[in-house]
Design a protein around this ligand. Structure first.
Ligand SMILES: Cc1cc2nc3c(=O)[nH]c(=O)nc-3n(C[C@H](O)[C@H](O)[C@H](O)COP(=O)(O)OP(=O)(O)OC[C@H]3O[C@@H](n4cnc5c(N)ncnc54)[C@H](O)[C@@H]3O)c2cc1C
Ligand SMILES: *[C@@H]1O[C@H](CO)[C@@H](O)[C@H](O)[C@H]1NC(C)=O
Ligand SMILES: *[C@@H]1O[C@H](CO)[C@@H](O)[C@H](O)[C@H]1NC(C)=O
Length: 605
């Protein structure tokens, strides 16, 4: 019998917390919380990027900003799920009111499977529900970014001041972490006084301490951390968590909540942006919105800024007349600017689990109600214990080593800079991953753990395109994942490499029985490929669907300042407006970084 395709939600479901009371979101009319009538900037999407911009722009009390957000405060919908790191996985199956409930189109690279694709509908956006990794990208990725958009301000050394603006670091609590799980970090690279609270989770997964040994045994060196422009090596993962109470730090908790009383900031909650409105000069003049059944217009004197994320920012451009002309005409949309790149070029990371039954405690234990009750007490009383961690607390990145590259085809051997990792290995102790290809049932009550092999340098590119002229209908989301031959070859090598670590002497003491996934029946390249096709998942890091580039590039959507090419007074600042998906475990921090940088550009005029 075939078990259902595993998904990250399934891995995480061991943490499912059942007792949340789902409260109805408060209703609003097309009025807002503050009496201001005109706005200088209208920001669409109060998510990760949008709230950083709203915060920085309203630091000047004379600048009036409106934020339009389809959701509301996470706590109004999902109690403490957004606060307690260990509940992060709950969102993917629970709290549908906080999800856009997107699905991808059937993916040819994954046996035609249509993946659920989580996007948060809430203040803070995906930063209110994600797995809280904090890291920089590599120095060479910044170099490439600067070159591709023709702007030296994107080099690593020039962006460091903005990285520092995202970080308010607290050291790990050694009193509650295991002694053999002490992160080595270099305080010189950390910063205090920035927006997000950052620390190491106040609980270390026992599994992670063993994975570290296994990764070392296969030659992956330990590094201080991933916040100095170098990603190659292994390290404990920093998290966007407030050390003192153990709660998630998101763009909502860090950039909005403490500033809600700013008189120049107006928040439209439960409000859907329907269309950007342009005048004859192709200047964006405001946004048409719907809340409840009322449609109204919110005007922007200076600019409209889209921060609706990787799917809805391109969708909103397309329904408003900016995009590939042929697509827009199919829906009788008046073409304001024919920009064929809108919705193209989209990238995501993909991942696959390798797993074993183990003799250390993993999140499978949280399925036990006594254990869960104890974990809740420990979190409530000490901000520690298993619920203090979202799970993925250990991480390694590398290039596929020489001995596994021998059979690579020419297109796979791409010219990537020396410090640009191709694959990552990260721990996933939460629950029991399964695959369509194994019929083996897990042993009840046993501990299982996984190592995720992830493609960090994907070559497949996907797209977002409208299926109707309305924002209330979901767009077609085609990740086109795992179609490039290069991605297949690199992922086959990644599975072999993960196996080397798991099968090293260093990990032998904790493994019970044979490999659970993929299992010993999967050995040849063809068998591994089959496993990948049936078992991989996207990692929810969709990026670059409104590609930043030079204005001369016909496929570029925004310029180096995030300004939409072909129209005026309109920007896109979010995960969509990148030239590519930067390597590393923390795309969210790239979003914060870009928002901090472009807020500065906007303020300087
Ligand atoms: C399950 C999961 C785990 C992840 N784990 C990590 C991790 O550990 N580390 C990491 O770095 N990254 C992680 N990510 C990715 C990261 O969270 C996202 O890349 C990032 O938050 C995207 O930011 P954004 O501003 O582009 O979009 P979002 O944060 O999604 O914000 C978009 C906002 O716009 C609103 N919106 C959209 N359309 C409209 C409209 N028409 N009208 C009004 N409002 C609208 C949405 O409701 C939302 O609030 C994860 C993502 C997911 C889903
Ligand atoms: C979360 O909220 C629930 C419901 O109010 C409460 O019972 C629980 O103690 C809270 N804390 C944790 C860690 O679950
Ligand atoms: C895995 O099995 C489920 C249920 O049988 C099916 O819906 C899904 O499409 C399958 N996935 C793949 C990739 O075969």
């Amino acid at each position: 019998m075939l078990a259902p395709r595993p998904s990250l939600l399934f891995f995480a479901s061991g943490l499912l917390y059942q007792a949340s009371s789902v409260m109805g979101a408060p209703t609003t009319s097309c009025s807002h919380s503050k009496p201001a009538q005109r706005f200088d900037y209208v920001i669409v999407g109060g998510g990760t990027a949008g709230l950083v911009l709203a915060n920085r722009l309203t630091e000047d009390p004379t600048v009036r900003v409106a934020v339009i957000e389809a959701g509301t405060f996470p706590e109004d919908v999902s109690g403490n799920w957004s606060q307690v790191p260990g509940y992060a996985g709950n969102f993917i199956t629970g709290a549908p009111e906080m999800s856009w409930n997107f699905h991808t189109t059937p993916q040819v690279g994954a046996n035609g499977h249509s993946f659920p694709y989580y996007r948060a509908k809430a203040l803070g956006g995906c930063s209110s529900i994600n797995f809280m990794a904090y890291a920089h990208t590599s120095e060479s990725a910044h170099e490439m970014w600067a070159n591709q958009v023709g702007d030296e301000s994107y080099t690593y050394s020039n962006m460091l001041k903005y990285y520092r603006r995202t970080m308010n670091f607290s050291p790990p609590r050694e009193d509650v972490r295991f002694r053999n799980a002490t992160p080595q970090y270099n305080a010189v690279d950390t910063a205090t006084g920035g927006g997000l609270d950052v620390t190491y989770a106040s609980y270390a997964q026992p599994w992670s301490t063993w994975v570290a040994e296994g990764l070392e045994a296969i030659g992956i060196p330990r590094r201080d951390h991933f916040i100095n422009g170098n990603l190659l090596g292994q390290s404990w993962q920093m998290n966007t968590i407030t050390q003192s109470n153990g709660f998630r730090s998101s763009s909502e908790t860090a950039y909005l909540r403490p500033y809600l009383d700013r008189h120049n900031l107006a928040l439209f909650r439960n409000t859907l942006a329907e269309r950007i409105v342009f005048n004859q000069r192709k200047e964006a003049t405001g946004v048409e919105v719907t809340t409840q059944d009322t449609t109204c217009f919110i005007s922007a004197r200076k600019e409209v800024i889209l921060s609706a994320g990787a799917f809805q920012s391109p969708q909103l451009l397309q329904v408003s007349g900016v995009g590939p002309a042929a697509l827009l005409q199919r829906f009788d949309i008046n073409v304001i600017a024919d920009r064929p790149g809108v919705g193209q070029n989209m990238e995501d990371h993909i991942t696959v689990p390798l797993s074993y039954r183990v003799n250390v405690e993993t999140a499978s234990a949280l399925l036990n109600s006594d254990y869960m009750a104890q974990a809740i007490d420990e979190f409530n009383n000490e901000a520690a214990g298993p619920l203090a961690s979202a799970g993925g607390d250990y991480m390694a990145m590398e290039k596929v080593p020489q001995e596994l590259r021998a059979g690579f085809s020419r297109e796979t051997v791409r010219e990537l800079p020396a410090d640009w990792p191709e694959v990552s290995f990260s721990v996933y102790p939460n629950g029991i991953p399964r695959s369509n290809l194994t019929g083996e049932e897990p042993v009840p009550g046993a501990n299982y753990a996984a190592l995720l092999a992830t493609l960090i340098a994907p070559q497949s590119r996907g797209s977002v395109s409208i299926a109707s002229p309305r924002m209330s209908d979901p767009p077609l989301i085609d990740l086109n994942l795992f179609t490039a031959q290069a991605d297949r070859e690199v992922m086959i090598a990644a599975v072999k490499r993960a196996r080397q670590a798991l099968q090293s002497q260093a990990m032998a003491p904790i493994l019970i029985a044979e490999e659970y996934l993929p299992g010993n029946g999967v050995q040849t390249d063809e068998e591994i490929l089959e496993y990948l096709i049936h078992t991989l998942n996207p990692l929810f890091h969709a990026f670059a669907s409104n590609r930043m580039g030079k204005t001369s590039d016909p496929m570029a959507v925004v310029d180096n300042h995030g300004r939409v090419i072909g129209v005026k007074k309109l920007r896109v600042v979010d995960s969509s407006s990148f030239p590519f998906l930067p390597p590393g475990p923390a795309p969210q921090i790239q979003v914060y970084l870009l928002a901090e940088k472009l807020a500065d550009d906007i303020k300087r005029g």
